[in-house]
Design a protein around this ligand. Structure first.
Ligand code: GTP
Ligand code: MG
Length: 689
């Protein structure tokens, strides 16, 4: 690959609903620009981008993949991303290092949930975007209907603006009319021809709309336009560039990747209308100060890791984006997170899974560094005399969990390491140990995501696990004051044991925790045994009394007891303390507490009623609703026990058009009619006696 300066680079994230043709687009562009000598197919698992066996097995992208295309003296770093919602982490990482987004839309389906989510992310980051209505060759393809569906979701006719019109549709699709230069381009080779006469009226109308949008995007141009003066083609291009850069205009192109039509125009326009890295500074911190990095190759090096792969053969591969300076092989850089210095022994250009040695990469470019221990996604590598930390992307909280346990003894030795390698590769996978349920949870964005994680654990890290539905981490407490006494006596020959404890337990407010006190007087129990009693109580607090869950928010007061001059000892008072606490708890209206989560669901408004009704069946309490465009957002407090598999249910309730986030909110008592079942499912073994 040739050398490219920062101005000649375009980092473009390819986004869109699953199946809209993103991977196939990269495959055809690689071949079209001579980087490959054949066109692979997603169906055969033979594309450059979907190189992961799991992607080939499922026929969808799971990882982001960097596909550099050389075209018109420009390096187009296309970042292919997964459309499947579970793999949103990859989309977030890709967008974090791209200056703009190319949004693919299916010409038959129009705007879909994946399109809407991708648009939201681009809009949130105010990144310029271009829409490509793909699959114009398909039966029922309809460009106008697709544009209308986009306008219904994202904006009006001045924002969602066709820059091309298709010549024919479906089996008659043969080319595009480019409105900027008013020329027609026919077939895969893009043969320049006159615009078909029967299209002229539509073309004129669309061209006028384009000129108007260009004028509105620039103060000087609008003045000239309103005074009735004609704008020159260069002025129109300038106005459009401004509009796209500021996110007020989103150009809509059309074509067919399968028929290889419209792609050259698309590449030309992506290069023309999207910013180069030096036009898009990023935020970083230096010594607590917020600074901007301007992608200037002459400045000190600063690069950020946006993907990490731990490969069996190559070892650790860190995908980096250079945001400042020129990165050279053999550079000595500092890992900002730890201050450790490290040598960049190997530097590569990357294309799918292919690595190509390079000596240097300019500011704005993307590459791979191998064999850097412990460097993970979102880390910053920088010049040792210019330590900066580049802003990290926000990854969402997990939505779906499974409890994992080692399948065999051999696996138990490796499971910890394997799980942490998984989470180093994927910032949206988390591993959490839940002491309350003694489970290790593998958590991710959905069932497919966690399933891929477990398959990698086996195929890449050689660890087999068995899985279970996570237990709800209930807690136990009391609802009123109670008391009990317990005598522990073992005096049947040999070392005797004797202890008697009288204890009162009182409920405390939520979150206040445990308190231990003594009101013993007259030496009924020696001070030395009070900690023993507390030790016994704490054993119960971990194990639970009614259903095996941790006891919380209780005050235990020892107010009387008896001891024996010889047989009273630490272990005796531990036992008596433990048993007295259990009895006191049972006399104090023991209660189960369950975790309540705040859930926020976003659905197209037509599903709102179903979602609300469904919450009623899950003991949910709606907290609020709002409308955003044609989507409704509802927030509710729901017991975790009722939403362990919410993702799957929401997907079927809304045909995959609903998304949600959850976060822990608080604990509250389980309704009494449900307690017996939970206790039965989690019954505690009998007392020591
Ligand atoms: N008819 C037709 N089919 C297409 C076109 N582009 C892609 N396809 C097919 O659409 C299917 C999905 O294509 P992909 O490239 O995997 O789509 P994707 O957007 O990468 O999907 P995800 O990786 O799941 O996000 C494949 O069977 C492609 O062959 C097109 O222009 N016309
Ligand atoms: Mg794909």
């Amino acid at each position: 690959m040739a050398k490219f300066s920062t101005e000649q680079i375009r980092n473009v994230a390819i986004l869109g609903h699953s199946g809209s043709g993103k991977t196939t687009l990269t495959e055809v562009l690689l071949n079209k620009t001579g980087a490959t000598n054949r066109i692979g197919r997603v169906e055969d698992g033979s594309t450059t981008s979907d190189w992961d066996p799991e992607e080939q097995r499922r026929g969808i992208s799971i990882n982001l993949s960097v596909i550099p295309i050389e075209f018109n003296d420009t390096k187009l770093n296309l970042i292919d991303t997964p459309g499947y919602l579970d793999f949103v982490g990859e989309v977030i990482s890709a967008l974090h290092v791209a200056e703009s987004g190319l949004l693919l839309v299916d010409a038959v389906a129009g705007a879909e949930v994946g399109t809407e989510l991708a648009w939201d992310r681009l809009a949130e980051q105010n990144k310029p975007r271009i829409i490509f209505v793909n699959k114009m060759d398909r039966e029922n393809a309809n460009f106008q209907r697709a544009v209308e569906s986009l306008r219904a979701s994202f904006g009006d006719s001045s924002t969602i603006l066709p820059f091309q019109l298709p010549i024919g549709e479906a089996e008659n699709f043969q080319g595009v009319v480019n409105l900027a230069n008013m020329k027609a381009y026919i077939g895969a080779e893009g043969r320049e021809e006159e615009i078909p006469a029967d299209m002229m009226a539509d073309v004129e109308r669309a061209h006028t709309a384009m000129v108007e949008a260009a004028a509105e995007a620039d103060d000087e141009l609008i003045m000239k336009y309103l005074e009735g003066e004609e704008l020159t083609p260069a002025e129109v291009r300038h106005g459009l560039f401004q509009g796209v850069k500021n996110g007020v205009i989103t150009p809509v192109y059309c074509g067919s990747v399968a028929a290889n039509i419209g792609l050259e125009r698309l590449m030309t326009s992506v290069i023309r209308y999207t910013p180069a890295p030096n036009e898009h500074p990023v935020t970083a911190t230096q010594g607590g100060e917020t600074i901007e990095l301007t992608n200037d190759s002459s400045q000190p090096v600063a690069a950020q890791v946006f993907k990490t792969i731990i490969d069996r053969y190559v070892g650790r591969m860190n995908y980096v984006r250079i945001f400042s300076g020129t990165l050279h092989k053999d550079d000595r850089l500092t890992l900002a997170r730890t201050g450790d210095e490290m040598r960049i022994a190997n530097l590569f250009n990357v294309m799918g899974k292919e690595l190509d040695n390079v000596d240097e990469l300019a500011a704005g470019d993307i590459g791979v560094i191998t064999k850097l221990d412990d460097v993970v996604t979102a880390d910053t590598l920088c010049a040792s005399n210019h330590i900066v930390q580049i802003e990290k992307p926000d990854y969402p909280q997990p939505l779906y969990s499974v409890a994992v346990s080692p399948a065999t003894k051999a696996d138990s030795a490796k499971m910890g390491q394997g799980l942490s390698a998984l989470t180093e590769e994927d910032p949206t996978l988390q591993v959490t140990n839940i002491p309350a349920t003694h489970q290790t949870l593998l958590q991710g964005m959905g069932e497919a995501h966690v399933d891929v994680g477990m398959r990698r654990l086996d195929s890449k890290f050689g660890v087999k696990v068995s899985t279970a539905v996570p237990k709800v981490p209930y807690q136990e407490t009391i609802s009123k004051t109670g008391q009990a006494q317990y005598r522990h006596k073992k005096q049947s020959g040999g070392a005797g044991q004797f202890a008697e404890v009288h204890m009162r337990v009182e409920p405390r407010d939520r979150g206040e925790g445990f308190e231990y006190a003594s009101e013993v007087f007259g030496g009924a129990i020696s001070g030395v045994f009070l900690p023993s009693i507390e030790k016994g109580i704490r054993q119960v607090m971990d194990q639970g009394v009614i259903a095996g869950f941790p006891v919380v928010d209780v005050k235990a007061v020892v107010f009387d007891g008896k001891e024996h001059p010889v047989d009273s000892k630490d272990i005796a008072f531990q036992t008596a303390g433990r048993e007295a606490f259990k009895l006191a708890m049972q006399s104090a209206g023991p209660a189960l507490l369950e975790p309540i989560y705040l859930i926020e669901v976003t659905v197209p408004e037509e599903y709102m009623g179903d979602v609300m009704g469904d919450f009623n069946t899950r003991r949910g309490r709606v907290q609020g609703m709002e409308q955003r465009g044609n989507r409704s957002i509802v927030r509710a407090l729901v017991p975790l026990a009722e939403i362990l598999r919410y993702g799957t249910d929401l997907r079927s309730m809304t045909q995959g058009r609903g998304i949600y986030t959850i976060e822990f909110d608080h604990y509250e008592p389980v309704p009494s009619h449900l307690v017996d079942n939970i206790v039965a499912e989690n019954q505690v073994e009998g007392s020591e006696e």
